[in-house]
Design a protein around this ligand. Structure first.
Ligand SMILES: C[S@@+](CC[C@H](N)C(=O)[O-])C[C@H]1O[C@@H](n2cnc3c(N)ncnc32)[C@H](O)[C@@H]1O
Length: 306
């Protein structure tokens, strides 16, 4: 068995989040290298886990890693928005929890051929290598205005117009490294992250439709048949965290009338549960020291009870 190339973030907090799921099925939407899944399996012998991932490398690794758990684990390959939706209907009465640890894994970032890093010799960034859209198409084919929009919205790049213009003038690019070198001088210095990181993040979010996937996952959970369900979502940047925070707040609201309504006509009984974490949980000191990736991780938990 290979050593895991990815350390699960917020491992204590995730384990505790599902203490309420004494038995039944927990869906791990982002199986990755099986870190959270194995922690949750170890924490309670009566549980089953179903892990989803769109990356065949992660699926192959976890299939081997989780073999000792036998039929307590099932593994599904695909996009979590679609797979989780069908699992929630298939296992209506059994599913008691759902976890998503959104984003890329350390292995995806570290393997240069995957094209996620600004040092990569390729321009790919697909979590699913069979997906139609790759980073090369975004960088080399998108219009300047669309690139500017992506950089501003998904990377919060302050000089998005200037960066998009430079990309269009200097393309075609064959590698993330070439792209990073071309925009390096335009990016702010002095922060802890590499200057090209936000541009890479924006392109990666577009390639993998990360915000769309998260939104559709929340839609699937909201319209799912479960009366009780523990939902735990880990995000790594403010855009995703905002989507989760706002959706959880909506789920906890009894009155869903428009803000300017003169009186309540909705029945004031629309909450589907309660927010468990008023503020997101973040990594404790010891975890920050041992896993730098935990630095920006935020965990929000919601208890559906309808
Ligand atoms: C941060 S890693 C998860 C690591 C995992 N929690 C562990 O402990 O090993 C995120 C994983 O989710 C997968 N992923 C991200 N978005 C996905 C999506 N929309 N559908 C399916 N898998 C996705 C990625 O391929 C990656 O392997």
């Amino acid at each position: 068995m290979q050593k895991s190339p990815h350390i699960p973030v917020l491992y204590r907090e995730v384990t505790e989040a599902f203490d309420v799921c004494k038995e039944g099925i927990i869906i791990d939407c982002t199986l990755g290298y099986g870190g959270h899944t194995s922690l949750l399996l170890d924490a309670d012998a009566n549980r089953q886990l179903i892990g989803i991932d769109q990356d065949p490398t992660a699926i192959a690794f976890s299939t081997q890693r989780l073999e000792p758990y036998g039929d307590r684990v099932q593994i599904r390959q695909g996009r979590f928005s679609a797979v989780a939706k069908s699992l929630l209907s298939e296992y209506t009465d059994q599913v008691c929890g759902i976890l998503a640890d959104i984003g890329v894994s350390s292995l995806q970032l570290d393997v240069r051929e995957r094209g996620f890093s600004y040092e990569s010799d390729t321009l790919d960034m697909r979590m699913d290598p069979n997906a139609l859209l790759c980073a090369s198409a975004v960088v080399n084919d998108y219009s300047q205005s669309t690139l500017e929009h992506i950089l501003r919205e998904y990377g919060e790049v302050t000089n998005a117009r200037q960066v998009a213009q430079t990309i269009v003038q200097r393309r075609p690019f064959e590698s993330a490294k070439q792209l990073s070198d071309a925009i390096f001088h335009l990016m702010p210095r002095g922060k802890k992250i590499h200057p090209s990181t936000l541009v890479m993040q924006a392109i990666r979010i577009e390639v993998n439709d990360e915000l769309g996937e998260l939104t559709r996952l929340l839609d699937a959970i909201e319209s799912g048949p479960q009366k009780r369900l523990r939902v735990a979502i880990i995000t790594f940047h403010s855009l995703e965290d905002r989507i989760v925070k706002q959706r959880f707040m909506t789920w906890a609201k009894n009155c869903i009338c428009p803000d300017d309504a003169m009186r309540c006509t909705c029945g004031n009984n629309n909450a589907i549960g309660k927010v468990v974490t008023k503020k997101p949980l973040s990594a404790q000191e010891d975890e920050l020291r041992s896993n730098s990736r935990s630095r920006s991780a935020k965990l929000r938990i919601f208890e559906i009870n309808r």
